[in-house]
Design a protein around this ligand. Structure first.
Ligand code: SF4
Length: 260
């Protein structure tokens, strides 16, 4: 059951404060203990998501593992999906685009129309990601993500936990203060399966036609929608992570966040 309206912000604030003193597995346990109802963890099988999936499986937490199968993912991503289920002994639920909406999108802008304009790209992400995410989170009390503050400027503004009024749930980011090195070390230490593309220069992995490898020194998310300038691309986000006002998360709470 979702928390009562009057308790939303207080619960998020309490979790946010509690998380600061806990390690990442402890944050997931605290989330499960502190929130009634369905908790969803969305994975795109990136390094961070693999660490969290391992933590959830290791602790046997009642948190649903979910992915948004856009239909345009790399073969390597499907491989790590299969391997994650096998090695962790979990099932990861797939949320796919609505068939009629996808057919209409392709009819309207072509199979790769996202290259032609930013509105086209947003329309594709809406059909393939945003709408399936809304279904995945429907009725959930909390949403756990693998977001880290140091992934991009726009993510430095996030907290450990907040109330997402738009979706009416608690959003929790247990790896918020981890560095990429922290995540890689965790996966290596625990033998978590990782996407083979990471070793080929892909720190951030999305849909195959929209992700390229990055050069040394480039931002982690520079390979996402690389053909768009950052102002065009709304800073390399796809609309999944938006604030209560419906806009992308902005740098409003960077103080107190180490590079994690
Ligand atoms: S990342 Fe590219 S292919 Fe995937 S949903 Fe967005 S625009 Fe479409």
């Amino acid at each position: 059951m979702a928390p009562a309206a009057a308790d939303h912000d207080a619960l998020a604030a309490r979790l946010d404060a509690d998380f600061a003193a806990l390690d990442a597995p402890g944050r997931l346990r605290a989330l499960r203990a502190g929130v009634e109802g369905r908790i969803v963890f969305t994975t795109s099988f990136g390094l961070e998501d693999q660490a969290i999936a391992h933590m959830i499986a290791e602790a046997g937490l009642d948190i649903a593992l979910v992915t948004l199968d856009t239909g345009r993912m790399f073969p390597e991503t499907y491989e790590v999906w299969r391997e994650t289920e096998r090695r962790l002994g979990v099932r990861i639920a797939a949320y796919c685009p609505d068939g009629a909406a996808l057919e209409a999108l392709v009819e309207r802008q072509g199979i790769d129309g996202f290259y032609e304009s930013v509105p086209n790209r947003h329309a594709c992400c809406d059909v393939r990601k945003v709408a399936p995410l809304a279904r995945a989170l429907s009725g959930a009390s909390a949403w756990a993500t693998g977001l880290r503050a140091s992934q991009s400027l726009h993510r430095t503004g996030m907290g450990f936990a907040s109330f997402d009024a738009g979706r009416s749930l608690i959003k929790a980011n247990p790896l918020l203060d981890w560095s990429r090195e922290d995540v890689a070390a965790y996966c290596a230490r625990h033998g978590a399966p990782v996407n083979a593309l990471h070793a080929r220069g892909f720190p951030s992995i999305g849909c195959a036609p929209c992700t390229r490898a990055v050069q040394p020194g480039e931002d982690e998310r520079a390979g996402r929608w690389w053909w768009e300038t950052s102002d065009q691309a709304n800073d390399k986000e796809c609309g999944l992570h938006v604030g209560a006002d419906g806009r992308l998360v902005r740098a409003v709470k960077a103080e107190g966040l180490a590079d994690r």
